[in-house]
Design a protein around this ligand. Structure first.
Ligand code: PDD
Length: 279
């Protein structure tokens, strides 16, 4: 597999970074995961906008973002990704002796990109739903930055994995926030709810698309939290994300959600998503 590292297209087995890369030492960087459908990047522009916003938030300067769309397209071509796939983009502050403050003068950011085939999750995940576990949200208060510092997400997801569940749902101050690698939607009292876009969640590209599709379909929706103490009243629950797409949640911990299978709002949004993504 060909990958892109700091201006060069090389084989994955030859891609190496210096031990002083600040991504390795401090998780000082941001990333994006973009979906490929039929060999074409899906929603590349909003992903690039979010990457640019993340770089600005971390004060990582340098002209890294403009050419990345071309880089991704070349990797898709060179690696023959003509069906489903993912593009991964990571930018770190660069390589410098370990010191917390930024290198002065600034060093060139390290840029790594790969594109590879993605094996879709099993059909029943989408047809009947997955299990999730609830976990306390121990993350920092800048979850809006798609930082490569993902330790709380990794630990939460491992807890889900150990429990035989697909996702861990973060609960903070008595409300459901989002998943360890996905956003969360629920239908409560007939309204589609998702946590408001703010510093406590990653505002997903798929989340924005779901809200747009809900508007188009005339589904009543609001950016408002789902209280944990109303979990038994939730009619439908689903995850949204680049790899997760629109995926129903049938169970949280030992509670069955709604009818214990995919609900009608989820189904309509899945169909709308499929039309957008796969044409
Ligand atoms: N995760 N929330 C979190 C914490 C995420 O890590 C992600 C994406 C999302 C959904 O965002 P989007 O719709 O833009 O993919 C929400 C990616 C896919 C990952 O880390 O692999």
């Amino acid at each position: 597999m060909q990958v892109y590292l700091n201006g060069r297209y090389i084989d994955h087995s030859e891609a190496m970074i210096p031990v002083d890369d600040r991504g390795f030492l401090f998780a000082d960087g941001v990333y994006e995961v973009v979906r490929i459908y039929g060999g074409r990047a899906f929603l590349m522009q909003p992903h690039m906008r979010r990457l640019r916003a993340g770089l600005a938030a971390l004060h990582i300067e340098g002209d890294v973002e403009d050419s990345l769309t071309d880089v991704a397209e070349r990797l898709i071509r060179d690696n023959g990704v003509d069906g489903d796939g993912t593009i991964y983009i990571q930018v770190t502050r660069g390589v410098a002796p370990r010191r917390h403050a930024f290198p002065d003068p600034a060093v060139s950011p390290s840029v790594y990109v790969f594109a590879k085939p993605f094996k879709q999750y099993p059909d029943d995940y989408f047809n009947t739903g997955v299990a999730a576990v609830s976990v306390p949200d121990t993350r920092w208060t800048r979850c809006d930055i798609k930082s490569i510092a993902l330790l709380p997400n990794v630990l939460a997801n491992q807890q889900a994995h150990r429990a035989g569940a697909f996702e861990a749902l973060f609960v903070k101050d008595g409300v459901l926030i989002e998943g360890s690698h996905s956003n969360l939607f629920g239908v409560l009292d007939g309204t589609l709810l998702t946590y408001p876009s703010c510093n406590y969640i990653l505002s997903g590209i798929t989340r924005t698309l779901v809200l747009e599709m809900a508007r188009e379909l005339g589904i009543p929706a609001a950016e408002a939290p789902i209280p944990w103490d109303r979990i038994d009243d939730v009619e439908e629950l689903f995850l949204s994300g680049t790899t997760t797409e629109v995926m129903p949640v049938a169970r949280v911990d030992d509670r069955v959600i709604g009818g214990g299978t995919r609900g009608p709002v989820t189904t309509r949004l899945q169909q709308a998503y499929s039309k957008r993504a796969r044409g």
